[in-house]
Design a protein around this ligand. Sequence first.
Ligand code: M6R
Length: 611
Amino acid sequence: KNKKKIMCGIIGIASNKPVSINIINSLKKLEYRGYDSAGLATLTDDSINEKKCSGRVEELEKILFKAPSNGNIGIGHVRWATHGVPNIINAHPHSSEQVSVVHNGIIENSDEIKRELVSKGLKFKSQTDTEVITLLITEALKENEPLKSVYKTLKKLKGSFALGIIFKNFSNIIIGARRGSPLAVGYSKEENYIGSDSYALKSMTNKISYLDDGELCVLTKDQISFYDESLKKINKKIHTMSESETAIDKGEYKHFMLKEIYEQPITIKNCISEYVDSLKKNINIINFPIEPNNINKIVLVGCGTAYNSCLTAKYWFEELTTIDVEIDIASEFRYRKLKFNSKNLYIFVSQSGETADTAAALDLCKKNNVKTCSIVNVIESTIARNSDWVLPIHAGTEIGVASTKAFLGQLTVLYILCLKLAIVRKDIDERTYVKNINNLKKLPEAIKECINIESNVQLMAKEFLSAKGSMFLGRGSSFPIALEGALKLKELSYLHAEGYPAGEMKHGPLALIEEGLPVIILAPKDKYFEKTLSNMQEVIARGGKILFITDNKKDSLNENIRFGLRVPHLDNLLSPILLTLPLQMLAYHVALLKNCDVDKPRNLAKSVTVE
Ligand code: M6R
């Protein structure tokens, strides 16, 4: 059974001029959501004109260059397949003679509907779940006008979707619909848009509305009408995006990832200034959903890099507060048999705010009537909108699939939240609070210093090229950073890497160490320092090639260490943030040396909107 599950980007433009070039430009921006195949459909001379390709939008652009698509109304799609080979047939749009559909999401009852339609004699061209939507609408159009046809179709669908639909015989409209997958709607003069996110629409408009679940919209070039789930006409709020929200480009940098690494002193400075009142030496976090003294436990949930930030924060909460902390990976949390407690604060960490597992974990909490907080970069996201309380990380749009500035932003906000809870609950005294705030304010400069060691990191990167694998080791709050360093290296350079607590090596993984295996040792001068050095000796004794990263001012390097890097020291609490920088750059440079696609690593996508 070749069922396709997709996590994709969609775009639709209704205009008074040809739309294919703008569709291509928007699809390029949506490639962070998927880049396995791409396609568009426009309406020309009363017929649907479809162009598709497997691979990147660049390929689609080449096809259009040879055979341009006219048409003032069109829809486009980029796809990320989790099952089956992504090919032209399964690429979107999926069209019949009457209707063309782009879809982001999963139709869970597609097999059932398919059987029904096949028994009526209808034929399917692809193996996708989306094609059932195309055929259902086509059938409904025999007796209904477009909006009613879409509405009736949606009633039959189980699962999640954001849809863009055009119609051969109603050549001035695009219909958009949302259930579970995000859909933004944009307004401009003589042109209107739908898109999976506001970023895809940024170069065309800064006026955006968001469909909520169950809602539909009908666009023409000069009008947008919205409908609720019972097809009653509704009004939507229009959000005007600021200039900083709309400006995105690589500038002088070779890759978005490098730009995002270099932006971190600024993004962290912005983040700190959003939360810290420098004059009063206080943190402006108010309106806690639970009175801080009544918080029984904090439960932190995220995926991938966001999970690593939760794990780091656990060490901070334990060090600075008396609150009990639990952490979980969202895809595990959502299926566990949990004991929900109204005195627990459930915090969801996500750059995109659209990660399906994290969003589902949040929904589970809502169903169980507990208080939720989200720490997100995209404040218009599903997770932000669905949580009781939002703490944005203010990192600006992150394009590189490998998360860098968002990770540091998540850590910074979690640290700030921890400090605030600690002082409000009187778990720390005023002097410690002010000292920690003062150190925090030095963080952007210290991050800048870390970035300056890039040339040393470049040298270190060469050590990974011929290696079979690598290990990243740390203790205490350096352990999650070891995990993050290994995750970055894996995702960018396709080399095997393991992150481990250094003290755990002798319980198994030490068997992996052999002559020349690169082992990164994270050894800040904290209470674990001496112990980490002993663990390092165990690795040296077995032939591991040591790459040592520390903030220790005294020379702890010796002839057994192949490479040493020193990051600045502010205080032990902030060392995980500073240790991250060389690891981000290391992964970047290994990927460059291996000629990997840095901004779009294979098999991945920026926003993981499927389970
Ligand atoms: O958007 P989110 O923060 O929810 O995404 C979670 C993970 O998919 C993400 O952090 C992923 O692990 C990154 N590609 C790692 O660099």
